[in-house]
Design a protein around this ligand. Structure first.
Ligand SMILES: CC(C)(COP(=O)(O)OP(=O)(O)OC[C@H]1O[C@@H](n2cnc3c(N)ncnc32)[C@H](O)[C@@H]1OP(=O)(O)O)[C@@H](O)C(=O)NCCC(=O)NCCSC(=O)C[C@H](O)C(=O)O
Ligand SMILES: [Mg+2]
Length: 282
């Protein structure tokens, strides 16, 4: 299990941010060539980020290319295939066919096997095709929510609690869990509003997201905390596993811990929590 609690975007044209990220505690980085880079800076940014992939130590480094319909997409994908990051993040993936085209281009470009596809799901049609997108390729390992684009396409407003977006988020969560993929929540735009950010992290975790995409260093620490099992959760997980093992030894398949029923499925969940805590510790 690889923790992907905090996944930080940085503009591929912003040398200061690219340097600063070398000392930041994000689990993964997205070096961005898409929205955060102006058209006349695209080519220089591509060359810069492809040359920096190996400079971030143990962090998972990915590159977000420009969308399939854009003039930069093919060159971005070719250069990324050669750079061999942990993943290529592709915006506005709308169908299984899009995934197959990306996969083929990576193979033709000589991408190493370790370069995964992270598909951004951020349009109404992607919400409706989430399962076919998620299951289109073994190389595709992560779905990334693009909540700004989704809100724009829906003509939705940004409101506390994200009511207008929850239908789409839930469809993508269902698709990710049904196909065994990781899923990351979208970004929180107000970098000064930490209270609102923490509330959105908590909501994301409660819905089942594995982590959240971020736009500012100040969001990393609260995000890591929100998506890590707490000391109490770890202790409770151990207690559940021990109680169930004891019950099993006595020939029982169900037990109560603190008055609550515990069956096999709760033990699976407790084991997942311990594995995540162990992976974070490592
Ligand atoms: C949002 C920002 C434009 C704010 O920038 P700024 O006001 O300059 O921030 P600070 O002055 O508070 O910065 C303090 C220091 O931190 C560094 N910094 C800032 N952001 C980052 C970052 N993302 N990664 C690394 N380092 C960062 C600054 O350089 C300062 O450093 P120093 O001077 O040495 O102290 C800015 O944060 C920003 O550009 N964020 C990223 C924006 C981005 O990448 N957007 C695209 C991805 S989001 C998206 O597209 C979502 C999706 O597609 C959707 O549809 O939802
Ligand atoms: Mg977007």
């Amino acid at each position: 299990m690889r923790p992907r609690r905090s996944v930080l975007y940085m503009p591929g044209a912003n040398e200061r941010a690219l340097e600063k990220a070398k000392g930041l505690a994000a689990d993964a980085l997205i070096l961005d060539l898409e929205d955060a880079v102006a058209p006349d800076a695209k080519e220089a940014a591509r060359e810069r980020v492809c040359g920096m992939v190996g400079e971030y130590g143990s962090r998972e480094v990915t590159i977000r290319v420009n969308g399939l319909e854009t003039e930069w997409h093919d060159s971005d994908l070719r250069a990324t295939a050669q750079a061999g990051p942990a993943a290529v993040v592709v915006p506005k993936v709308n169908s299984a066919r899009d995934v197959h085209n990306i996969e083929r281009a990576l193979e033709l470009g000589g991408a190493p096997d370790h370069t995964e596809i992270w598909a951004m799901v951020e349009t109404p049609i992607a919400m409706l095709h989430a399962e076919e997108i998620a299951s289109a390729s073994d190389r595709l390992t992560v779905l990334v929510m693009g909540t700004n684009d989704l809100a724009k396409e829906l003509h939705a407003e940004f409101v506390p609690g994200r009511g207008p977006l929850l239908g789409g988020l839930s469809l993508c969560l269902l698709a990710a869990r049904a196909t065994g993929k990781v899923i990351l929540d979208g970004v929180y735009n107000d970098v000064k509003d930490l209270e609102g950010f923490e509330a959105e992290c908590l909501q994301g975790r409660q819905y089942g997201f594995d982590g959240k995409t971020l736009i500012h260093p100040g969001q990393i620490e609260p995000c890591n905390k929100a998506f890590s099992p707490s000391e109490e959760e770890i202790a409770q997980a151990r207690k559940i596993i021990t109680a169930f093992d004891e019950a099993k030894a006595e020939g029982r398949g169900v037990v109560t811990v603190d008055g609550r029923m515990i069956e096999n499925l709760h033990v699976d969940n407790a084991q997942r929590i311990l594995s995540l805590a162990e992976a974070i510790g490592a």
